[in-house]
Design a protein around this ligand. Structure first.
Ligand code: OGA
Ligand code: NI
Length: 357
């Protein structure tokens, strides 16, 4: 561990925050994307007529309106694998406090953050930059702290001790997000015609990884990205963004900017729901753009089955006409895959697809 840390402190590890704070006029070469992968910031605005779904979740609790909301969720999941939610029940003070704590964390001196640095994706708490600074061929303009978050009492002692408010503020947001995700999974199961409590037991013991991301202002946002195109391994991800920057790929393979809506949270389907639904719903491919002026923060709360629990297509959704289109996988299988493969070259979910005719 000591040795890893020392080698990381030499030139190989430089956070995006360090670069921005040093006032570099250009991004270092390792951040420059090949032309075909650049975000084309101007032209992507051309796709912004697409209206992305926004769902009022408070209506889920009204017996007469629930089925209408479930229908809206089903449409959003089929078309995009994505929607935003308003009136989701998480108080704005909880959201604001969590963002404040994250801001303070990323503003700490780099030596302090390096106490938690690790390139090992199996580590339950780790600070890092890009996706994996030790293996990335192209780097991404992003710093992050990721921590396991459920059950909170099991993990919280390993979270950052600085700033002192971090555990309490981010812990409250993590717990609130966990409650919200249970409601969403129930609604998504219902929208597929499954029992509301289809995955209930697994979810009680399920895992929650909170990725707290920081995308500092970037001198050349047109040739770099904050995160490359990917889908999440999770069943679903609840994302909080402090300003615009997320883009999702629509069914025509166009990049669509996700508008910033004050107070809203973003829901993205991950690979576990794609497999569970036997492909009726698809996980959403998304990426993160950066910008010249504003530091953007996000909390991506990735909810999934327990680390070793395999997910497979729901028996009710499989029949003679719809044979299983995917093999099974667990969160741990995903971690093993990304520690020895370049997931930008090949998406994990493509490795478990069965050959379709
Ligand atoms: C992620 C992610 C999006 C964002 O952490 O997996 O896609 O806007 N984040 O930070
Ligand atoms: Ni993601």
């Amino acid at each position: 561990m000591e040795e890893t840390r020392k080698s990381l402190l030499d030139d190989s590890f430089r956070s995006a925050m360090t670069l921005t704070n040093s006032g570099v006029p250009q991004v270092p070469d390792r951040y420059v994307l090949p032309p075909s992968q650049r975000p084309a910031l101007g032209s992507s605005l051309g796709t912004s007529e697409t209206t992305l779904p926004v769902i009022d979740l408070s209506l889920l609790h009204q017996p007469l309106l629930r089925s209408r909301v479930i229908h809206e969720i089903s449409m959003a999941c089929k078309e995009f694998g994505f929607f935003q939610v308003i009136n989701h029940g998480i108080p704005s003070s909880v959201v604001k406090d969590a963002l404040d704590a994250a801001t303070q964390f990323f503003d700490l001196p780099v030596e302090e953050k390096m106490l938690l640095v690790s390139a090992n994706v199996h580590e339950p708490v780790r600070y890092g930059t890009s996706l994996n600074h030790s293996t990335d061929r192209v780097h991404y303009w992003r710093d992050f702290i990721k921590h396991y978050s459920h059950p909170l009492s099991k993990w919280i002692n390993m979270w950052p001790s600085n700033p002192p408010c971090y555990k309490d503020k981010v812990g409250k947001y993590a717990e609130a997000t966990y409650v919200l995700h249970k409601q969403l999974i129930e609604a998504i199961s219902e929208s597929l015609g499954l029992e509301k409590n289809y995955l209930q037991e697994e979810i009680e013991e399920g895992s929650q990884v909170m990725a707290v991301n920081c995308y500092p202002a970037c001198p050349e946002p047109e040739i770099a990205l904050g995160m490359p195109p990917h889908s999440d391994f999770s069943s679903l991800t609840i994302l909080l963004q402090s300003s615009q920057g997320l883009q999702i790929m629509d069914c025509n393979k166009n990049w669509v900017c996700v508008p910033y809506i004050e107070g809203a949270l973003i829901v993205q389907l991950g690979d576990q729901v794609e497999v569970m639904s036997n492909g009726i719903y698809k996980s959403v491919i998304h990426r993160v753009t950066v910008n010249k002026d504003v530091k953007r923060l996000s909390f991506a709360s990735l909810h999934s089955l327990p680390l070793h629990k395999k997910i497979s297509p729901a028996p009710k959704l499989v029949n003679a006409n719809n044979t299983p289109a995917y093999g099974e996988f667990s969160f741990n299988d995903f971690l093993d895959y990304i520690s020895s493969n370049d997931f930008i070259q090949q998406r994990f979910i493509d490795t478990i697809k069965k050959n379709s005719s």
